[in-house]
Design a protein around this ligand. Structure first.
Ligand SMILES: [Zn+2]
Length: 120
């Protein structure tokens, strides 16, 4: 079980956040075994946005702000492709395709399944 990391989670007045005995009620941060937002750390989009608004700038600076464009160059632009026949449900013509130059190079099915290969 973990707590939602939304800094204002306890401020949102929902029944499930309301705790405590009669006369001593309070709202508290949600706790769950898993969450769908903020990479599994926030209970809802609102809490995800709250977190980012408060910490996003610091997080980007901490983990590495991009100061110059990142380029996808020809050398790294290779992707796998194949043809699929829906009638026979078979794959054929496995190949490398360069997404920049559109060049195609044939590849074996074995190479297609080898995830360590990233280019021809
Ligand atoms: Zn929350």
């Amino acid at each position: 079980m973990k707590y939602c990391q939304g800094p204002s989670c306890h401020m949102y007045k929902t029944k499930d956040r309301l705790r405590g005995p009669k006369g001593d009620k309070y709202y508290q941060t949600r706790r769950r075994s898993s969450f769908y937002y903020l990479g599994g750390n926030a209970c809802c989009m609102r809490c995800q946005d709250d977190w980012f608004n408060k910490f996003g700038e610091q997080a980007v600076n901490h983990f590495g702000r991009i100061h110059k464009p990142i380029r996808l160059i020809q050398e790294n632009a290779w992707v796998r492709d194949y043809d699929y026949d829906w009638e026979t449900r078979t794959m054929s013509n496995h190949r490398w395709v360069n997404t920049i130059t559109k060049e195609e190079r044939p590849m074996t099915r074995e190479d297609y399944n080898n995830t360590f290969l990233v280019r021809p």
